[in-house]
Design a protein around this ligand. Sequence first.
Ligand code: SF4
Ligand code: SF4
Length: 441
Amino acid sequence: MKLLSFRGGVHPPHRKKSTESIKVERAKDPATLYIPLQQHIGAPCKAIVNVGDTVKVGQKIGEAQGFVSAPVHSSVSGKVKAIKECPVPGGKGLCVVIENDFANEIHESVVPKGNIDSLTGAEILEIIKEAGIVGMGGATFPMHVKLSPPKDKKIDTVILNGAECEPYLTADHRLMLEKPESVVYGLKAIMKVLNVDKGYIGIEDNKPDAIEAMVKAAEKESNIEVVGLRTKYPQGAEKQLIYACTNREVPSGGLPMEAGVVVNNVATAAQVYESITTGMPLVERITTITGSAITNPNNLLIKIGTTFEEIINQCGGFKEEPGKVIMGGPMMGLTQYTLEVPVTKGGSGILCLNREEATLPEPSNCIRCGKCVDICPAFLQPLFISAHSLKYNFDRAEDYRALDCIECGSCSFICPSKRPLLQSIRVAKREIIAQKRKQSK
Ligand code: SF4
Ligand code: SF4
């Protein structure tokens, strides 16, 4: 199989060995769940249950507010104990707190919705919307919005991201090995929604068993191609994946639809399969629990709303004091300041690093080696964007196309002076966007 790739990128150690061979197990259900009303990009949901109400598995408990939003559902049956601000990944947020009755009673709305052949594209889109499906690779963009491009944008290709290029994470790898048919089914459903007849599933070549499983699952589908990708970070980033699979470039400042492509994660596609065939909305997900500080690394199928603390305890707790606990991978994940945060729709990993691994080296002066420029997959000059950002010169940072940064962290990783380039570039992006918003008012 020919391996495809993109220009730039880095080669961080994979560190996937400790979980890549472990079959997905169902995590034990917790006694109390904290289900955030915002688990997606866009407007938060409005709670549609009250304290004291009884809820069932799959019951809608938060209604989407606006088009760019996604409903949330209960992942257990039980009683609503509170609706209050709780720790969530990224800060604090309104959560529906549910006391689990462990009866696992399924809500009446959870019934099979049909199959790809009997459903129209519009009906599949409505199922996806009502199931609260968002980008499960971490982006959490509401899927029905991605699948509703403006009329003037012609989409002809769907790509599933099975690259899983973040070090440590193996949730997608296990999914592709254990449920490859559900991924293919989900892709076909997405292609039907978009009326597209070309689909790709891109997988890095450090997962040859997953490539083999997906090729077999897709062997009868003449319009679906499984492509091997060179193992390189950030191979799974949208623009890089599109270039690798189709040779098309997404223009500066543009979205994948400008290149006629829609990209989704393999886990998102598998959830589409679940929501069509069983009617169950997005209430659980596979998450990798890993890192030097965890006793028993694992891949677990976790009910949304289960706290990190519960899951870490189920994995034998910490074997040494953690220096950092991250939701997601080490390159783009989000460091957590409490273990009270719940697993959410976008939570692909719980990475527990020991103190030694978590300690960042002291930065020194830029030596103008140019390495950050060589590897930037967005063809930027990170050293200059960062330098202007540090001097609060955000206009100049914009001239250097700061907004095109995909926040992959490759520049910080490669820098021999250990400069926190991404951190300062993020500041510049935030300031430029705030400035633009102010000007447009
Ligand atoms: S500037 Fe942005 S896109 Fe380029 S390497 Fe750094 S984080 Fe990645
Ligand atoms: S990699 Fe680091 S030291 Fe080298 S040019 Fe970029 S910022 Fe400077």
